[in-house]
Ligand binder design. Sequence first.
Ligand code: SAM
Ligand code: DTB
Ligand code: SF4
Length: 331
Amino acid sequence: MNTQVIEFIRPVKPSAAPQRWSVPDVEALFNLPFADLLYRAQQVHRERFDPNAVQLSTLLSIKTGGCSEDCGYCPQSAFHNTGVENRKMLEVSEVVKAAKAAQDNGANRFCMGAAWREPSEGDMEAVVEMVKAVRGLGMETCATLGMLNDAQTAQLQAAGLDYYNHNLDTSPEFYGDIISTRDYQDRLDTLERVRNAGMHVCSGGIVGMGENLTQRAGLVAQLANMEPYPESVPINNLVKVEGTPLADTPDLDPLDFVRTIAVARITMPSARVRLSAGRQQMSDAVQALCFLAGANSIFYGEQLLTTGNPEAERDRALLDKLGMYPFADKH
Ligand code: SAM
Ligand code: DTB
Ligand code: SF4
């Protein structure tokens, strides 16, 4: 069909240049009166999504502990004494069993996480089998395996991986206070490779690590200015694990966590914003505020990677109480 005819039937709007967010702009959002911020976030959310639908992802640690990176928040780093053992990779059959159980429980996405700086060739062979098998169940697949090169992104894309999770974690300015074994640019490079290989990008960060407001705004600005911004944005509240350097960080005010969700929603309107780690320590009321602020995805199932998450039953009860329901992504 002639494109001019198509344009006549459905006028194509000239595509507006993507909005750039300066750090002061993002900081100004954080500083809005709470009700104004949530109202704006709700408006943006309702323009793009069913506000009562939430996407459910289940996580599985396919390779736990003994990681060669020194991320200050992470219980799986070999640099910290947290009691997390260095285990060998799970068998494909164990992963499929866990994915089936997650699917039976109502999850539509299954995310496989590994405590690696980057996967080796042998690791990749096994992960490719896992991705194919989980995809074969009809679930969306996600993996988080550390840094990737071009050959690895191509392998994962060919295996049918839907999303790759790789978090920026914090702002460029604060990053060096938290991690010394790789730099910010490494993270951005991996995300670009994932994007170029044609997979969906899942990238977010952690708040409550002692960052100041400008640094928190800096993380959101980095994510929002990616072209395009990630399809999935996990916002984690630091889970303080004994033995990590961040174990004694003062608690973040829960309302500041809610604000972060709202600012992510406003700056990345079409992204699925995930209320991620830290839910076990949150009241139902704070979680409800997060949904009101535009969160529309959660990790579902009693375990994150090495730490706990609310029981599926408790989550179903919470969603029920709020009149919310699971939503399956279509892409
Ligand atoms: N090793 C890979 C990597 O770092 O990219 C993948 C797994 S790593 C555990 C995935 C993400 O989990 C990290 O980027 C971080 O955002 C999050 N995370 C790890 N420990 C956390 C904690 N204690 N609290 C909140 N989020 C955490
Ligand atoms: C993400 O942003 N959070 C998840 C997932 N992506 C891989 C991991 C949270 C880990 C919390 C600490 C743990 O359980 O070890
Ligand atoms: Fe390793 Fe990932 Fe933990 Fe960093 S966050 S120590 S890379 S498992």
